[in-house]
Write a protein that binds this ligand. Structure first.
Ligand SMILES: [Zn+2]
Ligand SMILES: [Zn+2]
Length: 267
């Protein structure tokens, strides 16, 4: 049994590491700072998140069976799988967008999300570097409607695989141009400019997969080919896994990152 997903880790590493070497956006060591902590995120943190999502799904599916008329779930689950997958991506990314924006805007939530922004060198493995509360709340908000509406198991499974690989790709240290598709599909360049620790990047590019949501809601940051100067946050985020998990619960200190306290028109 591979409950911690060690096989998945090896497959992802075998695919991403050579690409990050061949098409590096910036020179970076494979065993960069924080690599070991991120392996804990990938194996242990992801395990906690998976368990929470399975429990949540079971609860929501039970509730949905009682509350949602069968005529709706049968109509939704009876559509072609490709159409269901497209609808799931749109529905979940609307949830991701607004949950993400709330995590930036509300100071108590920002302390959880600051962990993800603590990444100083972006790569595929950094995709897993998030506080469990951050991921579980975001997944609850974004997946709840999907479970309620009765999308088929096959379409949810295909969506999960697409999401898993897409989230690693947008965090990867790969220089790749999406051309005109950059409006439709989130690219590494799009998400890099969410992680940049620079004024023009604060509270921009919240979408997980669909950049046009940021265009629609006024938070899109068009950067062309520009490379961010630096990533990370100014908040005093600890360097160990358990230090990071406990960080949001610590007594309030002076916040130094302007992201959460920004007074700019962000809504
Ligand atoms: Zn963020
Ligand atoms: Zn990220």
């Amino acid at each position: 049994m591979d409950i911690f997903g060690i096989k998945a880790l090896l497959i992802c590493a075998l695919i991403f590491i050579p690409f990050e070497h061949l098409f590096a956006e910036r020179p970076q060591k494979i065993l960069r700072d924080g690599f070991a902590v991120d392996v804990i995120y990938l194996l242990f943190n992801s395990f906690i998140v998976k368990a929470a999502v399975v429990l949540m799904a079971a609860g929501v599916l039970g509730l949905a069976a009682m509350l949602v008329p069968q005529s709706i779930t049968q109509a939704v689950g009876g559509q072609p799988v490709w159409l269901q997958v497209a609808e799931i991506i749109l529905i979940t990314d609307l949830g991701v967008y607004w949950a993400h924006r709330a995590f930036h805007k509300i100071p108590a939530l920002w302390k959880f999300h600051a962990i993800h922004h603590g990444i100083k060198e972006l790569d595929w493995l950094g995709a897993f570097h998030s506080h469990p509360v951050d991921i579980i709340v975001t997944k609850a908000i974004s997946l709840m409607p999907v479970f309620f509406l009765g999308f088929s198991e096959a379409s949810i499974a295909i969506f999960s695989i697409i999401y898993f690989w897409h989230t690693m790709l947008v965090h990867s240290n790969i220089r790749i141009s999406f051309g005109p598709l950059k409006w439709l599909i989130a690219s590494p360049q799009f998400h890099r400019w969410h992680h940049a620790n620079q004024r023009e990047a604060y509270d921009k590019n919240f979408a997980g997969q669909l950049p046009f949501l940021d265009v629609m809601f006024g938070t899109y940051n068009a950067t062309g080919d520009k490379v961010p100067e630096k990533y990370g946050v100014d908040d005093p985020v600890p360097s160990t896994y358990f230090g990071q998990v406990g960080y949001p619960l610590q007594p309030r200190r002076q916040r130094s990152n302007p992201t959460a306290s920004s007074t700019e028109a962000e809504g």
